[in-house]
Design a protein around this ligand. Structure first.
Ligand SMILES: [Zn+2]
Ligand SMILES: [Zn+2]
Length: 269
């Protein structure tokens, strides 16, 4: 129990969170540089690709500016997403608000940056995937994809580079086989199937589900309705321009448009 509690508090402060995020991003393929910053100034740098080292201070300032801009764009100044992705100098970037003026930025090819998004978000929100057996934070480790050999976060079931999907992996700390899915990590049976094994102290860490907050869901739904309406609008304007009679356009477009709406409004996962 003491060991477990110790491992849990290893992510207490922004500095500790940053250490974990740097460990993950620095060992994931496709990422050229990782910059941790405090109040816009460089705090730690790891350039996997040395060419990018000269960008460190610029990226530290960019991370702060990025989060400021996002806060200003959201009415009321509230930040929903503490982790955002964007583009800079033709590369993908991920910027995370670690708290207390600390920011984290990773820059590289899209697949590599996208691969660390979910683990970074979980660590930032204080809800990382942990090993149900030993309690170690799994979201800061990368491992080789059996399909293409590239290093990706071990909590990612699908490789962002080649699409290979793994259903289980050993815990990097205790070696127990873990069953992986997008929303959870649990102990795997020797046969490979998931098992809800009872481990002392594991009830708090066994299963972590990731659900967007209700306001985000509502905003997504609204966005979907707007997109659906825009598709319908473009369709009818196009048929009008092409001289198709409105009755024919409605009959011909009914099924495809209804399908678009049904697809948009269906809840993912
Ligand atoms: Zn792969
Ligand atoms: Zn373990």
């Amino acid at each position: 129990m003491a060991a477990l509690a110790e491992k849990r508090t290893q992510f207490g402060t922004p500095e500790e969170i940053l250490t974990g995020l740097i460990a993950l991003a620095s060992s994931t393929d496709g990422i050229d540089i990782v910059v941790a910053a405090h109040e816009g100034f460089t705090y730690a740098v790891n350039a996997r690709n040395p060419e990018y080292e000269i960008l460190a201070d610029e990226l530290a300032a960019l991370a702060s500016a990025y989060l400021q801009a996002i806060r200003q764009r959201i009415p009321g100044g509230e930040v929903y997403a503490r982790v955002v992705m964007g583009e800079y100098e033709g590369k993908a970037i991920l910027v995370a608000d670690v708290g207390e003026g600390f920011t984290f930025l990773a820059m590289g090819e899209y697949a590599g940056v996208k691969a660390i998004f979910d683990p970074v978000l979980r660590v930032i929100e204080g809800k990382p995937f942990k090993c149900p057996a030993c309690g170690v934070v799994l979201d800061i480790y990368a491992g080789r994809c059996p399909g293409c050999g590239r290093l990706v976060p071990i909590t990612q079931p699908t490789c962002p580079f080649c699409g290979y999907t793994v259903s289980s992996r050993p815990c990097p700390n205790c070696g127990k086989m873990l069953s992986l899915s997008v929303s959870r990590v649990e102990l795997a049976r020797p046969g490979g199937e998931a098992e809800e094994e009872q481990v002392e102290g594991a009830e708090e860490v066994a299963v972590v589900r990731v659900e967007p907050p209700p306001r985000v869901r509502a905003a997504r739904r609204l966005l979907k309705v707007v997109i659906g309406s825009a598709v319908a609008g473009i369709y009818f304007v196009s048929t009008y321009i092409l001289g198709v009679s409105p009755a024919t356009a409605i009959v011909a477009g009914l099924v495809p448009l209804a399908t678009v709406f049904a697809l948009l409004l269906s809840e993912p996962g």
